[in-house]
Write a protein that binds this ligand. Structure first.
Ligand SMILES: CC(C)(COP(=O)(O)OP(=O)(O)OC[C@H]1O[C@@H](n2cnc3c(N)ncnc32)[C@H](O)[C@@H]1OP(=O)(O)O)[C@@H](O)C(=O)NCCC(=O)NCCS
Length: 158
């Protein structure tokens, strides 16, 4: 079963070992860099939600959500919205259905509105990332035509 768990002093080293394949590195920052971004956001009034993704007791991936993010170049619908800023499944655990199951948990968590009300969830992805595009579209995300830093903005009304 797929679960989202908090990062702790015990599991943090496992998190930093999780990585995508070399040709996927252009699609997502390293987990170490993402956790550093969480610290900076949290100490500057932001609302980062970093989670490790577990398949039963095995750490397999990472997701970082934010609410009303600031300090980034943002799409027009960014106010009062949740953002899936990072999502990755370690290369050795990909294509086993974990990303899809994790997305179900992620969307259920966002729909509890843990940091405040929101109309939208959004994220950005590279046009070359066909797997991610298909995955997000299957959850109802639709491109809104904006492109920021060469990435397409895709949006879901909550
Ligand atoms: C995108 C990502 C999170 C998907 O996770 P995953 O666990 O591999 O995905 P799943 O196994 O749940 O598969 C989801 C769908 O993608 C398809 N898929 C997964 N890997 C695939 C591959 N290498 N080639 C073709 N299709 C693939 C699956 O067949 C499945 O399709 P379906 O549900 O319509 O049958 C993962 O590939 C990843 O970490 N990629 C690198 C980082 C990245 O791109 N993150 C997103 C940034 S926006």
């Amino acid at each position: 079963m797929i679960m989202l768990r908090k990062i702790t002093l015990e599991n943090r080293r496992d998190l930093f070992r999780l990585e995508v394949s070399e040709d996927q590195r252009r699609f997502v920052a390293s987990n170490l860099s993402s956790v550093a971004s969480c610290y900076v956001l949290a100490t500057n009034g932001g609302h980062p939600f970093p989670f490790m993704i577990y398949a039963d007791e095995q750490p397999v991936g990472f997701v970082m959500l934010t609410y009303n993010i600031t300090g980034y170049d943002l799409p027009t619908i960014a106010d009062e919205s949740y953002c899936i800023l990072r999502l990755m499944i370690d290369r050795q655990y990909q294509n086993k259905g974990y990303g899809r199951e994790a997305m179900k948990k992620i969307m259920a968590f966002i729909r509890t509105f843990p940091a405040g009300p929101a109309q939208y969830c959004w994220l950005s992805y590279s046009a070359e990332n066909a797997v991610a595009k298909k995955l997000y579209e299957s959850f109802g995300f639709r491109d809104n035509g904006e492109i920021i830093h060469d990435e397409r903005i895709t949006v879901l009304r909550l």
